[in-house]
Design a protein around this ligand. Structure first.
Ligand code: AHG
Ligand code: MN
Ligand code: MN
Length: 345
């Protein structure tokens, strides 16, 4: 039953779901509440980045060796300061910070840890194309009051919550606490995220493929043969697929979730430093894989589910194929047939 005219707020949604799932503690509600506070601040700055000095580069490089955009830095600071004193977390990790981020000694710690990509799609900031934030929440598993890297390096199967915010024509939060995927759209006039997409389910099969074809020469045999095949025809309809690629993972995955099809970031031999691809397991691929599976989709390395991978490093990269289950399975058939085992996609 919706709130009066306001619609169902995120807090109301979580409260109502908690009644169905007593194991979901009020703590998750608090965590998601803090994340939305940070998201509103970032959304405000994204929407006026062109007017204030937040476009362009800081002149530094991050642990990824990438040039840091002012908005990357800003979003990173906003999420760290919104989360570090909340008492929910024992440790945090950010794409923009080389090491795990401890909770300052003056703040209480809590039974969860969070990994996040504060601003995803940085290359699109200066041209006003949709960008986003991605987050993943695990339960603390280490002993002692303060967390450590062990808490962050858990398989995605153990995630308790994950989601993303997409700063686009509207600002949307899409999240799951393990009971389906739900979308909330920010109503700036009241400053609330209101439920707009309850129980998102991905189509079993879609006809959109999304990949940076500029990397074609660096792909494995299996991926090249798959993409060539679907460019000829969609097995189900006999007609070619449609190509869509925005270059912000959040935006490409949001479209894939709502329209179906497959998103791919294969390993490519272009960057010898990162022979397994560009996307990071902890704060891009795991949360997105969690959401995809919760929505009835699939997310794979090309050979195995992303959620089964046991991470070994904070900024570890992994080949990533996600979307409608039939499309992902079709891709895996090509990898199995044409790639030397055990290499994924
Ligand atoms: P980030 O901005 O957090 O570094 O992520 C960028 C990622 C991801 O958003 C996107 O899917 C991918 O980079 C695009 O990479 P290419 O430009 O190589 O296609
Ligand atoms: Mn990213
Ligand atoms: Mn980023």
């Amino acid at each position: 039953m919706a709130d009066s005219k306001l619609g169902i707020t995120l807090a109301r949604h979580i409260y109502e779901r908690q009644k169905e799932h007593p194991e979901a503690t009020g703590e998750l509600s608090g965590i998601l509440g803090q994340i939305t506070v940070a998201a509103k601040v970032v959304s405000r700055e994204v929407n006026k980045a062109g007017l204030v000095e937040l476009l362009g580069l800081t002149g530094e490089k991050n642990v990824q060796g990438e040039e840091v955009k002012r908005l990357d830095d800003f979003a990173n600071d906003v999420f760290i300061s919104a989360l570090d004193h909340s008492g929910h977390f024992c440790i945090m990790a950010s794409e923009e910070v080389a090491e795990p981020i401890p909770i300052p000694l003056e703040y209480p710690t809590g039974p969860y840890c969070i990994a996040f990509d504060p601003l995803d799609g940085s290359s699109n900031i200066d041209v006003n194309v949709s960008i986003g934030t991605i987050f993943a929440v695990h339960r603390k598993v280490s002993h002692g009051p303060r967390g450590c890297e062990e808490d962050l390096l858990q398989p995605g199967r153990r995630l308790v919550a994950a989601g993303y915010i997409v700063y686009g024509s509207s600002t949307m939060l899409v999240m799951s606490t393990g009971n389906g995927v739900h979308g909330f759209t920010l109503d700036p006039s009241v400053g609330e995220f209101l439920q707009s997409h309850p129980d998102i389910r991905i189509a079993k099969r879609g006809k959109i493929y999304s990949v940076n074809e500029g990397n074609y020469p660096y792909w494995s045999e299996g991926v090249r043969k798959y993409v060539n095949y679907i460019k000829e025809r969609d097995p189900a309809t006999g007609r070619p697929y449609t190509a869509r690629y925005i270059g912000s993972m959040v935006a490409d995955m949001h479209r894939t979730l709502l329209y179906g099809g497959i998103f791919m970031y294969p390993k490519d031999r272009k960057d010898p430093k990162n022979p397994v691809g560009k996307l990071r397991l902890l704060y891009e691929c795991q949360p997105m894989a969690f959401l995809m599976e919760q929505a009835g989709g699939a997310a794979s390395t090309g050979r195995a589910p992303i959620l089964d991978m046991r991470p070994t490093a904070l900024h570890q990269r992994v080949p990533f194929f996600a979307g409608s289950p039939e499309n992902v399975r079709h891709l895996e058939e090509f990898i199995l047939k044409y790639n030397p085992a055990p290499v994924g996609g």
